[in-house]
Structures are given as structure tokens and as C-alpha cells.
Design a protein around this ligand. Structure first.
Ligand SMILES: Nc1ncnc2c1ncn2[C@@H]1O[C@H](COP(=O)(O)OP(=O)(O)O)[C@@H](O)[C@H]1O
Ligand SMILES: [Mg+2]
Length: 249
């Protein structure tokens, strides 16, 4: 559904944050992008909905070239591409339902259907009973579930998630990952998830792209993921597939 062709982006002009990246996000997949800090993962994710304009290359969504679109068309396309961030980005002076309502207000949805949709989304993430609370009274995992409910409110076809569990402890990480999986399985939402945590990939991804220094260094499906190995000498592929890669593989 999302195709990047030869995409490059540099901020300073010397080293590229993203260099000649081509990849495809399959509709209905949960696609992990993993790599060390500074690899270019966040930049690549922002390129997918052209929040960041690449210097070169093209970004296609269902075959449509985003680089050729007007700002108005881009804005409406971005509504089909929800975003979830590490730091949640909730508004602290608004209640939980007030936060989930934001994208619906921006889309000028009528008040009644807006309220129904907010309730539906909070039910989906298991936080219906928190509707009237303020973000400050929630745990990190609950805040992230509110952010996911907000991202799902305009019925996006894809969620772009940047380190969605990196501020959370292992228990709440699973609670958030389960909600993302649920969105994928029951709503058919395609999920792209940027992370530096192997556990996140193991838990929910069925496709993996490995990035390092702006480039894709590996990519593979993860249907039979078997967790093995712990040493840093193993590649991401070896750790995730649980086998050594033989020369010629
Ligand atoms: N807005 C920016 N301005 C200047 N340099 C940036 C900006 N965003 C990212 N970079 C640089 O681009 C490179 C890739 O960053 P980033 O995409 O954030 O990587 P990752 O998410 O994998 O940690 C890093 O060297 C980073 O310092
Ligand atoms: Mg990042």
C-alpha cells in the first residue's frame, strides 16, 4: 500500500539521514522497522506521509505519487494515515474523550456522531471508563492507548507508529502492542512500527526491515519467528529467525 522508491533525505547536506531507500509496506501487514538510534527510522516514517519531504525519490500510496499532490490533497490523505508517538502527545488540558475527539473536530464531524465515535474508539482500546479523566491521572500504557484511540478515530487505513512503547515498562508494552494487533486483525489497519526493541518486533510484526546509517541493510518476513540467541554478534535476522545465516543464503 505504501511504496518508497529511491528515497533520500539529508538535513545538513553532508551525511544523509535516509539514503536511497526503496521498500514496500504490504496492505494488512504489521511491518517493523528496526535499527540503532540515528539509523534514520523516524525520518523514514515521516517520509511515508510526507511530513518530511525527501530530497529525492518517490512516495506512492496505492500507486498515487504523494510528491505530485497538492497540499490540500495531502492533508486529506494524511487523515488515512494515523500517527502514534513515543511521548503520546496528548493535550493535558483536555479530558481523554476531548483528546480522542481532536481529529474529528478537525474533520468537522457533527457533534453527535463525533461523541459516538469517541466512545467507540475508547471502548476499542479498553478505556471507556476513563473518558472524563485527564491524561495526568493515567498510566503510561493508558496514555498511549488514548493516543491510539485518537489516531483510530478518523478510521485510518494505516497507523505509523514511532517507538510507541519505548517509554513504557515491559508489562504495559504488551498492553499497547495487543491493542495495535487488535486494530490490525479486527479493523484491517496496516501498521508500521519503528522501534529499536527486538521484543516489539518479535511480539507482533510479520515483516521486518532493518536500517543502519540511513540504509536498509536487511528485510525479511517473520511468519515463523523463533526467539533464540542473545549475543550482540548475531544479526537482527539471526536473532529474530533463530538461525545463523549461512554464506550463500
Ligand atoms: N530535524 C532534524 N534536523 C537535523 N538533523 C536531523 C533531524 N532529524 C534527524 N536528524 C538526523 O538524521 C539522522 C537520523 O535520525 P532519525 O531519523 O531520528 O533516526 P532514528 O529514528 O533511527 O534514531 C540522525 O543523524 C539525526 O541526528
Ligand atoms: Mg527515532
Amino acid at each position: 500500500m505504501i511504496t518508497l522508491q529511491g528515497v533520500s533525505k539529508s538535513y545538513s547536506g553532508e551525511t544523509s539521514a535516509v539514503e536511497a531507500v526503496s521498500m514496500h509496506i504490504r496492505e494488512g501487514s504489521i511491518h517493523g522497522i528496526i535499527g540503532p538510534s540515528g539509523a534514520g527510522k523516524s525520518t523514514l516514517l515521516r517520509i511515508m506521509n510526507v511530513l518530511e519531504r525527501p530530497d529525492r525519490g518517490s512516495v506512492l500510496v496505492d500507486g498515487q505519487d504523494l510528491m505530485q499532490m497538492t497540499e490540500a490533497d495531502l492533508r486529506s490523505l494524511r487523515r488515512q494515515m494515523g500517527m502514534v508517538f513515543q511521548q503520546f502527545h496528548l493535550l493535558h488540558n483536555r479530558t481523554v474523550s476531548g483528546n480522542v475527539a481532536i481529529p474529528l473536530e478537525m474533520a468537522r464531524e457533527p457533534k453527535k456522531s463525533r461523541a459516538e465515535r469517541v466512545q467507540e474508539c475508547l471502548r476499542f482500546v479498553g478505556l471507556e471508563d476513563k473518558a472524563k479523566e485527564y491524561p495526568a491521572s493515567l498510566s503510561g500504557g493508558q496514555k498511549q492507548r488514548v493516543a491510539i484511540a485518537r489516531a483510530l478515530a478518523p478510521r485510518p487505513r494505516v497507523l505509523l507508529c514511532d517507538e510507541p512503547t519505548s517509554s513504557l515498562d515491559p508489562g504495559t508494552t504488551m498492553e499497547v502492542l495487543n491493542v495495535l494487533r487488535h486494530a490490525n486483525e479486527s479493523l484491517g489497519v496496516t501498521i508500521v512500527i519503528v522501534t529499536h526493541e527486538m521484543e516489539v518486533i518479535r511480539a507482533i510484526c510479520n515483516e521486518v526491515t532493518v536500517m543502519d546509517r540511513g540504509r536498509i541493510v536487511d528485510s525479511f518476513p517473520l511468519e515463523q519467528a523463533r526467539a533464540q540467541g542473545s549475543g550482540i554478534v548475531l544479526s537482527y535476522r539471526e536473532q529474530l529467525l533463530g538461525k545463523a545465516v549461512m554464506p550463500g543464503d
